[in-house]
Design a protein around this ligand. Structure first.
Ligand code: 5RP
Length: 229
């Protein structure tokens, strides 16, 4: 899985610490990204040792990794809710738990899974922690809605840019067959208001602002993990 800065030891510690909270019988949301991948690997090792769980992947990539790790899987529509979802973030404010996701363009399914989970545990390294959200907001859009959504983002005070595939001419296409517009709003003063405004734009499938979802945040570092609830 794609890695986005931050030390891999710090990410591993965060992912492993969150995985330790998973117990027998749980239905577990499996996030996307390099930090969530550490949690999936730790859960795979625990399943090898007898842990009895069902995982619900949030992307093609997390599904592939979970299969490789031998974790029994189900789709979101096959389970009656989730006990916990573990996922990474591109930026997070510890005080509120509000975060921005979508660096891996998986935020639509990630939000569905987080919303269905009783607890949403975010795993990050210290480079993701901020006083105020100011990371670009990933907005998944129906292909035909791209220009309309870009205009709406500008009206909301943001600067939109179509996400392009690394080393390729074409755009990034999500697991759902849509495009991603990255919207730069600078510092976000009111994440809830911006989240509602973006959700109201026709053609927006989902955006990466996760407001009031996180119930715990694990920040891994070179020498340990801190947990904020
Ligand atoms: C994918 C995400 C990821 O969780 C986010 O981009 C963080 O990734 P990483 O752990 O690799 O830094 O939201 O859509």
């Amino acid at each position: 899985m794609k890695s986005t800065g931050g030390s891999s030891d710090a990410k591993r510690r965060a992912g492993e610490a969150a995985a330790e909270g998973v117990t027998d019988g749980m239905v577990v949301g499996l996030g996307t990204g390099s930090t969530a991948a550490h949690a999936i690997r730790a859960l795979g090792a625990a399943v090898d040792d007898g842990l009895d769980i069902v995982g619900v992947p949030t992307s093609f990539a997390s599904r592939e990794l979970a299969i490789e790790q031998g974790i029994p899987l189900a789709d979101l529509d096959e389970v009656d809710g989730l006990d916990i979802a573990i996922d990474g973030a591109d930026q997070i404010v510890l005080e509120s738990g509000n975060c921005i996701k979508g660096g891996g363009a998986a935020h639509a399914r990630e939000k569905l899974v987080a919303a269905a989970a009783e607890e949403f545990h975010v795993v990050v390294d210290p480079t993701k922690v901020a006083e105020q959200l100011d990371h670009t907001v990933a907005v998944e859009v129906l292909p035909a809605a791209r220009t309309g959504v870009e205009a709406a983002v500008e009206k909301l005070g943001g600067e939109p840019s179509l996400r392009r595939a690394a080393n390729k001419d074409g755009p990034v296409v999500t697991d759902n067959g849509n495009l991603v517009v990255d919207a730069d709003f600078g510092g976000v003063d009111d994440p809830a208001e911006l989240a509602a405004s973006l959700s109201a734009v026709p053609g927006v499938v989902e955006h990466g602002l996760f407001v009031s979802y996180a119930s715990a945040v694990y920040v891994g570092s070179e020498d340990g993990v801190s947990e904020t609830t």
